[in-house]
Design a protein around this ligand. Sequence first.
Ligand SMILES: C[S@@+](CC[C@H](N)C(=O)[O-])C[C@H]1O[C@@H](n2cnc3c(N)ncnc32)[C@H](O)[C@@H]1O
Length: 228
Amino acid sequence: MTQTFDAYSGAYGDAVQSSVSFSGLPHSFFLRAKVNVLRDEMAARLGPGAGGRALDAGCGVGAMHPYLAGLFDELHGVDVSHDSIAQARVNQPDVSYQAYDGVRLPYADGRFDVVLTVCVVHHVLPAQWAAYVAELRRVARPGGLVCVIEHNPFNPLTRLAVLRCPFDADAVLLRAGRAKALLRGAGLRNVRASHFLLFPFDARPLRALERWLSAAPLGAQYMAVGTA
Ligand SMILES: C[S@@+](CC[C@H](N)C(=O)[O-])C[C@H]1O[C@@H](n2cnc3c(N)ncnc32)[C@H](O)[C@@H]1O
């Protein structure tokens, strides 16, 4: 698995873009949508302006990090792919990056206000999902958030994008209910999931409608979140 993403460290964005090109949307549209959902959830659970210290686990080359600017006081990224981390350091010198062994995150217990993992769990072996989420929980402070953003396997366009994506050959998609069960199993509280990326436009009224429909597994992705 490490080798897979090492091979894409210089071409990650291009590979994602070609897998979603049928939508006519740029990769940045999807990255912004994730950041919007995260920002809304943080405001609801932590209050406005309470970003603090964040970890993006499985950050790859840090494609989302430019869009997180200003949301956190400190941003850290960690990944099993050494080449992706090397590329991330070049791309975003202001973010602190580390490579690790995929078993124990190289951070102290309770270090982060927000722990995020985006499109990573489907690349982890299912037998290791619980241990992976337990590690995310370990490094979140009491009252902090653990957020898992994943592909929605019930969305046919998501299925198509995964089929077209060269590094998704090993992907085992998990539905929101499974992600919520993993978060609860790791001891997180107030666990919920919301689906997003239902519409291919970023318009405020559509985002409101999307939020209203978010419990239904319609959008291309979902965020499962719990409080530590
Ligand atoms: C599809 S990429 C997503 C990258 C980034 N989160 C994003 O959304 O642009 C999946 C990433 O998960 C990483 N990964 C796979 N297993 C991991 C593990 N056990 N711990 C941390 N990262 C892992 C891969 O190396 C890869 O960078």
